[in-house]
Design a binder for this molecule. Sequence first.
Ligand code: 7TS
Length: 415
Amino acid sequence: MIDTARIRQEFPILSRQVHGKSLVYLDNAATTQKPRQVIAALTRYYSQYNANIHRGIHALAEEATAAYEAVRVQAAQFLGAASEREIVFTRNATESINLFAYTWGRAHLTAGDQILLTEMEHHANLVPWQLVAKATGATLAFIPLTADGQLELKALDQLLSARTKVVALTHMSNVLGTVNPVAEIARKAHAQGAVVLIDAAQSAPHLPINVQQLGGDVLVLSAHKMLGPTGVGVLWARQALLESMEPFLGGGEMISDVQLTSSTWNEVPWKFEAGTPNISGVIAFGEALAYLQRLGMPEVAAHEQQLTRYAIAQLQQLGHLTIYGPTQPGVARGSAVSFNLDGLHPHDVGTVLDAEGVAVRAGHHCAKPLMRRLGVPATVRASFYLYNTPAEVDRLIAALKIVRAFFNRPSRIHA
Ligand code: 7TS
């Protein structure tokens, strides 16, 4: 069981006021708040052993290198990777996807090949593939959605063929909360010889992740969505796949030898880490991973499932609104809950919620094709994390009642 009262004391920001009200932070799918341990790790690095890594022979450089590389081992363990050599640090999930789409995509895709995505992808898992399709002549195809925001798996069998070279999909939708059956999809994709990329930006913070069980070849995440600092992402890929890939960015650190007109590459994963990385950020990400591991990811998932079920029930009771994404009990879903109140623009709803101290996101959530599929310009999204409580769900519901009163649209008008 997650002890939210104790946990909340470790997140300084959660005790602040917004517009004179105590903050209810429900925008965790955008980014999460940071515990003291993560903030302290940043300060400790800069006040005690700030140095560039891998190149110094002095004590500070050795300490910084050891701390940075220790997080690679921790991340490998967190994800169930076979080796820390499979962990590449990037700036964020977006950069991780771009890295793979650019290097692997340009080497392996040609005209007539198919890149298979889904209709629920974040722009980060759409645009890099559009770019590589344009460069190589490969075509894009999409697994469609059911009315309640799940993948239409019947269509998968028709879409998959020997032409399908890569299947890239989100594990958990940042809009709908849908958890996709990536292991099943990976099995089918592999049967056609395709490589599978899993966007775990929304799932790794909330669910136990084991890359072996998920069965993909590549998995990406962002540290800032899982208690860590901004500016740190992970690309996990099987070592043989990483070794087969050309570098993404060139420069210091990623080389073995440099001549004036040619170079040879460092071993993986350093081949993909050109230039000075976000040293402090990676080290602090280690504290975030340790924090999550102390709590236990199954416990985090159970807490959020309970809270999400409560939030959906309370929203349904409020009525006169549409919830996008699965709401049936028993259907796997994460803690991002998108909805629209009848007759009200999501931005208006978000603005009044903010005045009540409730932080949500209102917008297209960087998933414009999904918005079009849903037939809406935008949604309001409340997204929960391990420190959120049922009392905060109640604050959300109370604030939504104030939204209705503010716009003078009592629910009976829509009855
Ligand atoms: N993939 C998914 C599924 C995401 O939800 C996001 C960010 C990304 C990739 C990109 O992550 P980044 O750290 O590289 O930016 N999603 C959101 C969101 O839903 N609201 O703000 C950012």
